[in-house]
Design a protein around this ligand. Structure first.
Ligand SMILES: *Cc1c(COP(=O)(O)O)cnc(C)c1O
Length: 963
C-alpha cells in the first residue's frame, strides 16, 4: 500500500469538488472537445488580456479553503457572539413560531428553496398555488380587491404604494403626508424614494389626519400606529378622498384578524410585512412585504401577480399574470424595478395561514391581545401611565426611568423598544407566555414592594382594548384551502404534493441564462436557522449583534476582494435595489461636486429591464445605445451619445460580461469614454459568475456594481426570492453608501438615505455567501469561474451543429452562458423557442431563459455545479428535440400536431383512451430511454397566457369549484 500523508488525506475533505460538478477527468474530456489543452489555456483565449487578473484573490484569512465542518465551526463561533434574548420591541418585527412542519418542509427543503421564479408555469404549479394562497390571505385580511405576490419589505412596499397612487391618482399635488406614528424605517425609505422624484414628504400627527387641510396626493397611515394606538380613520379617509387625495395604510396582518380591515374603511392601497406569520426575525430580513389595492389599479401595481388560467386541455392552471407590466417589456416605463422578490418567505407566511386557518389565526391574535391587556392592567396597577388609550399588542409606557427599565428587562432576558428617555415600548407576540408576563411585571415592579398579582383575576376582568367600532365583523380565509390542512399529516402531504408538481434544482439542472442556478450547498444553508442568526430582532442593542456585524464585516471584505472595489454595502435586498442604490450613489457624487444637473443614463439595448426601470426611479433620463451585429456594445454609437450629452452625462449602465454571453474586448475603452465625459460607470454584476478570481469590475473601470448574492454567491432563488443585491463602489464613492439612520445605522454622514427598511437588508441569509466563500477560498472561487465558462463552452460547442450560437467572441468561444438562435428554425418550421422550452419539460428539464436578451432565442447558463453527466443529459435532450424539429421540416410531423406543439404532455393526456395525434404516446412521454426509469410528469398542459390575462382572476378558486 502506498503511503498517503496526513495533509493529503485532510485535503480530501475539501468542499471544492462538492461544489464543482465535473471531475478533473471530465473537465479534460470537455477541454478535448473544445480543442484546448488546459482550462487555463481556454480562459486565456476567452478573457481579454487587458482585464485579466494577474494576482491571486486578496481574501486574507479566507484565502485557504475551509472544509465544511471547519467553516461551520468558525461561523458558529462568530454567531455565538450574538446574544439571543426575547425581543418585545415590535416596530414592525415580532416574535413568531415557525410551525415545525413548515420549517423543515419548506424553509429547509430544497424542493422549495432551490426553485426559480415561476416564469415557466407548467413546472411551477406547486409554488404558484402557494403564492396564490398568499395573495388570497392578503386580499381577505386587508379587505382589498387584489394583492401581489410579495414585496421586498414593508418600507419599500410603502414607497411603491406612494408612487402607485401618484400614477393612478388625479391630484396634481406633489405632496405626500406621512402620519407621525408610521414606522420610522418606513418613513426613511419613503424619503429616499421621494427625493429624486420631486415628491415632498411632510409629517402629520396621526390624530390630526382628519383635519388635514393642505393639498396632497396621498397620505400614509399606520394601523395600529407604532406606539400601539388603534385609530378609527373612517371619517378622515372620506374627507381625504373628497379633497382628491388617496390613502395608503400600512397594516399589521395579525391585528387584521380582529380589526376592521382598511379595505372596509376606504383605503386605496394597503401595505405591510408578513413576517409575523411564521418567518424568523433574522436581524431584519428577509421577510415578505405585501401590497394590496383596488382591483382597478391592477395594471399599475408593482411586482409579481399570480393568476388563474386554463391549460391546453381546458384544465385550470396557474401562471404569472399581466407580465406586460413588467420591466423586461416596459423598460423605463415599467411600474417598478422589482424582479427578485421574497417568494420563499411569502410561501411560508401563506402556509402559516393555511396551517392555522382563520380560527387559529384569530386565536393567536386574541391571545396576544389579551396578554397585552393583562400587562397594561399590571402596569397601571403599579402606577404607570400608558401613552396609548387603545391597542392591539403594543403599549407605550410613560416613565422617567426608561434606561433603568431597559437594563432591568435585559437582565431578565428581554428587549423592549427604546423610544426616548420618557417612554418605553412593549409589543407582545405569538411567543409570549404567562412566564414572560410575570417577568415583565417584576421588571416594572422593582422597588415597589408589591407582590405579584393574580393573573387569572386580572385576565377575567380585561376587555377588548380597541374601539368597538373597529371590531372586525367580516369573514376571512373562507376557502377550503384554509380549512383542510390543520392536522400535521394533512399539512405535510399538502406541502409534499405541491413540491412534487415543481422542478427545482433538487431534480434537474436549471440552465437559465443570467440567473446562475448553481448549487446551494446544505452546509451553506444550515447556519440560517441557527437561533443566533434567526432570532435576532433588527433593533436589539449593539452588544447583542456583535456576531452578526463581525460576519457582515467579513463578508463585505470578501466581496471587496472579489470585485476590486473599496467598499461594499449589503443593504439592498435584491439586484434591482442594488441598481437603485448604486444610481443614487452616483447622483449624490455628482451633486457633491456641484454637478447635480447630470441626469443622462446611457444603457445599451442589450441591458436587463431592471436597468432602465431603476434609472427612471432615480429621475434619470435613459438614452439607449446600440449593439453591433456581433452583439457587442457599439462603441461608435456610445461615443457619439456620450459626446452629445457630455455636459449632462451621469453614467452608463453596462453588464459584464454582456447579457449576450461575451467578454467584450472594448470594455476598458467604454469605461474611458464615459469617464472622459465626466460620467460614472455602473457595471451590472449579475454575470459576476464569469468574473470571480478572473477579472474584477472595480479594477477594469467600474465605479459601482451590484452583485446578486442569489446568483453568484449561492443564496438559493427560493422560487423568486429572497435575494441580496449588495453594491460595491470605488473609494471616491464610499462616503455615499446607504444609511438607515432611523434604526441607528449611520455609516457615513454624507451617505444616501435608506434603500431598505433594515440596515443590513436581508441579513439572515448572508451566512450562505459567507460559508460559500470560506469553503471555496481564493483558489476554489477561481476554479468555479473557470469551470462555469468551460461548461458553457462545452454545451455551446456540442449544440452548435444543431442550433447556431448567436454571439461568440474570438475563436467561437462564449463566456459563462450562450444564446441559441432558434429564429432560423422558427422561420422554416414554425417551431418556436417556446415550443422547445415546453418540450424540454417532457424530458424533465427546466427551460433555459426564453427571449431575453434577444426575442426568439434561448439562453443557457449551466454553472460550474453541473457534472458532465448532467450536461450530457441536457445536450441529448436538445439534440433529440432538434431531430424532432427536422421531422417537422421534412413533413414527417404535422406542422401543428407534433410533439413540440403538444408539449408538455401530462400523464392524463398520454394515458387517455382517446389518442388522435400523428406521433406516438411513447414519443410524447419517453422521447429518450432513460426517462423510463426517471420520469417527471408535468401536472398541467401548456398554460394559456392570453386567456388568463383576459379573464384575470388572482385568488383561490371560488368555493363552488371544490365541490
Ligand atoms: C438578475 C438580473 C438583474 C436583477 O436582479 P434581481 O436580483 O432579480 O433584482 C439585473 N440585471 C441582470 C443582467 C440580471 O441577470
Amino acid at each position: 500500500m502506498t503511503r498517503t500523508s496526513i495533509s493529503q488525506l485532510e485535503a480530501r475533505d475539501s468542499f471544492i469538488p462538492r461544489h464543482i460538478g465535473p471531475s478533473a477527468a471530465e473537465q479534460q474530456a470537455m477541454l478535448d472537445t473544445l480543442g484546448y489543452a488546459s482550462r487555463a489555456a481556454l480562459i486565456d483565449a476567452i478573457v481579454p488580456a487587458g482585464i485579466r487578473k494577474k494576482s491571486k484573490l486578496e481574501l486574507g484569512q479566507f484565502y485557504d479553503p475551509m472544509p465544511e465542518e471547519a467553516a461551520l465551526a468558525k461561523l458558529k463561533g462568530i454567531a455565538s457572539k450574538n446574544k439571543v434574548l426575547k425581543s418585545f420591541i415590535g416596530q414592525g418585527y415580532y416574535g413568531t413560531h415557525t410551525p415545525k412542519v413548515i420549517l423543515r418542509n419548506i424553509f429547509e427543503n430544497p424542493a422549495w428553496y432551490t426553485a426559480y421564479t415561476p416564469y415557466q408555469p407548467e413546472i411551477s404549479q406547486g409554488r404558484l398555488e402557494a403564492i396564490l394562497n398568499f395573495q388570497q390571505v392578503l386580499t381577505d385580511l386587508t379587505g382589498m380587491g387584489i394583492a401581489n405576490s410579495s414585496m421586498l419589505d414593508e418600507g419599500t412596499a410603502a414607497a411603491e404604494a406612494m408612487t402607485l397612487i401618484q400614477r393612478v391618482g388625479k391630484s396634481a399635488s406633489n405632496v405626500f403626508y406621512v402620519a407621525d406614528d408610521v414606522l420610522p424605517q418606513t418613513r426613511e425609505v419613503i424619503e429616499t424614494r421621494a427625493k429624486p422624484l420631486d415628491i415632498e414628504v411632510r409629517t402629520i400627527k396621526a390624530e390630526d389626519v382628519g383635519s388635514l387641510n393642505e393639498s396632497c396626493f396621498g397620505v400614509l397611515l399606520q394601523y395600529p400606529g407604532v406606539n400601539g394606538e388603534v385609530r378609527d380613520y373612517r371619517a378622515a379617509v372620506e374627507r381625504l378622498h373628497a379633497a382628491g387625495a388617496m390613502v395608503v395604510v400600512a397594516a399589521d396582518l395579525l391585528a387584521l384578524t380582529l380589526l376592521t380591515p382598511p379595505g372596509e374603511w376606504g383605503a386605496d392601497v394597503v401595505v405591510g410585512n408578513s413576517q409575523r406569520f411564521g418567518v424568523p426575525l433574522g436581524f431584519g430580513g428577509p421577510h415578505a412585504g405585501y401590497l394590496a389595492t383596488r382591483d382597478e389599479y391592477k395594471r399599475s401595481m408593482p411586482g409579481r401577480l399570480v393568476g388563474v388560467t386554463v391549460d391546453s386541455q381546458g384544465n385550470q392552471a396557474y401562471r404569472l399574470a399581466l407580465q406586460t407590466r413588467e420591466q423586461h417589456i416596459r423598460r423605463e416605463k415599467a411600474t417598478s424595478n422589482i424582479c427578485t422578490a421574497q417568494v420563499l418567505l411569502a410561501v411560508m407566511a401563506s402556509m402559516y395561514a393555511v396551517y392555522h386557518g382563520p380560527e387559529g389565526l384569530k386565536r393567536i391574535a386574541e391571545r396576544v391581545h389579551r396578554y397585552t391587556a393583562v400587562l397594561a392592567t399590571n402596569l397601571e396597577q403599579l402606577g404607570y401611565t400608558l401613552a396609548n388609550q387603545t391597542f392591539f399588542d403594543t403599549i407605550t409606557v410613560v416613565t422617567d426611568r426608561a434606561a433603568q427599565l431597559h437594563a432591568a428587562a435585559v437582565a431578565k432576558g428581554y428587549n423592549l423598544r427604546h423610544i426616548d428617555a420618557g417612554q418605553v415600548g412593549i409589543s407582545l407576540d405569538e411567543t409570549t407566555t404567562r412566564e414572560d408576563l410575570a417577568a415583565l411585571w417584576s421588571v416594572f415592579a422593582e422597588g415597589s414592594g408589591k407582590s405579584a398579582p393574580d393573573f387569572d383575576a386580572i385576565e377575567a376582568a380585561v376587555e377588548t382594548e380597541f374601539p368597538k367600532a373597529l371590531c372586525r365583523t367580516s369573514a376571512y380565509l373562507t376557502h377550503p384551502t384554509f380549512h383542510r390542512y390543520h392536522a400535521e399529516h394533512e399539512m405535510l402531504r399538502y406541502l409534499r404534493a405541491l413540491a412534487d408538481k415543481d422542478l427545482a434544482l433538487d431534480r434537474t439542472m436549471i440552465p437559465l441564462g443570467s440567473c446562475t442556478m448553481k448549487l446551494n450547498a446544505t452546509s451553506e444553508m444550515i447556519p440560517v436557522t441557527w437561533p443566533e442568526f434567526s432570532s435576532i430582532h433588527p433593533l436589539v442593542p449593539g452588544d447583542q449583534s456583535v456576531g452578526y456585524r463581525e460576519m457582515i464585516d467579513q463578508l463585505e471584505q470578501m466581496l471587496c476582494a472579489v470585485t476590486g472595489y473599496a467598499a461594499v454595502s449589503l443593504q439592498p435586498n435584491a439586484g434591482s435595489q442594488g441598481e437603485y442604490a448604486g444610481l443614487l450613489v452616483i447622483q449624490k457624487y455628482h451633486q457633491a461636486r456641484g454637478e447635480g444637473h447630470r441626469n443622462i443614463c446611457l444603457i445599451p439595448s442589450s441591458a436587463h429591464g431592471t436597468n432602465p426601470a431603476s434609472a427612471s426611479m432615480v429621475g434619470m433620463k435613459v438614452v439607449v445605445t446600440a449593439c453591433d451585429e456581433n452583439g457587442n456594445v457599439d462603441l461608435g454609437d456610445l461615443r457619439a451619445k456620450a459626446e452629445q450629452y457630455s455636459n449632462d452625462l451621469a453614467c452608463v449602465m453596462v453588464t459584464y460580461p454582456s447579457t449576450h454571453g461575451v467578454f467584450e474586448e472594448g470594455i476598458q475603452e467604454l469605461c474611458e469614454i464615459v469617464h472622459s465625459h465626466g460620467g460614472q460607470v455602473y457595471i451590472d454584476g449579475a454575470n459576476m459568475n464569469a468574473l470571480v478570481g478572473v477579472a474584477a469590475p472595480g479594477s477594469f473601470g467600474g465605479d459601482v456594481s451590484h452583485l446578486n448574492l442569489h446568483k453568484t454567491f449561492c443564496i438559493p432563488h427560493g422560487g423568486g426570492g429572497p435575494g441580496v443585491g449588495p453594491i460595491g463602489v470605488g473609494a471616491h464613492l464610499a462616503q455615499f453608501l446607504p444609511n438607515q439612520r432611523s434604526t441607528g445605522y449611520e455609516r457615513s454622514a454624507t451617505g444616501i438615505g435608506a434603500v431598505s427598511a433594515a440596515a443590513y437588508g436581508s441579513a439572515s441569509i448572508l451566512p450562505i455567501s459567507w460559508m460559500y466563500i470560506a469553503m471555496m477560498g481564493g483558489q476554489g472561487l477561481t476554479e468555479a469561474t473557470e469551470t462555469a465558462i468551460l461548461n458553457a463552452n462545452y454545451i455551446a460547442r456540442r449544440l452548435a451543429p444543431h442550433y447556431p450560437v448567436l454571439y461568440t467572441g474570438h475563436d467561437g468561444l462564449v463566456a459563462h452562458e450562450c444564446i441559441l438562435d432558434l429564429r432560423p428554425l422558427t422561420d422554416e418550421t414554425g417551431i418556436s423557442n417556446e415550443d422547445v422550452a415546453k418540450r424540454l419539460m417532457d424530458f424533465g428539464f427546466h427551460a433555459p431563459t426564453m427571449s431575453f436578451p434577444v426575442p426568439g432565442t434561448l439562453m443557457i447558463e449551466p454553472t460550474e455545479s453541473e457534472s458532465k453527466a448532467e450536461l450530457d443529459r441536457f445536450i441529448e435532450a436538445m439534440i433529440t428535440i432538434h431531430a424532432e424539429i427536422e421531422k417537422v421540416k421534412r413533413g414527417e410531423y404535422d406542422k401543428m400536431d407534433n410533439p413540440l406543439k403538444g408539449a408538455p404532455h401530462t400523464a392524463e393526456v398520454v394515458t387517455a383512451d382517446d389518442w388522435k395525434h400523428t406521433y406516438s404516446r411513447e414519443v410524447a412521454a419517453f422521447p429518450v430511454a432513460s426517462l423510463r426509469k426517471k420520469k417527471y410528469w408535468p401536472p398541467v398542459g401548456r398554460a394559456d397566457n392570453v386567456y388568463g390575462d383576459r379573464n384575470l382572476f388572482c385568488g383561490c378558486a371560488p368555493i363552488e369549484d371544490y365541490e
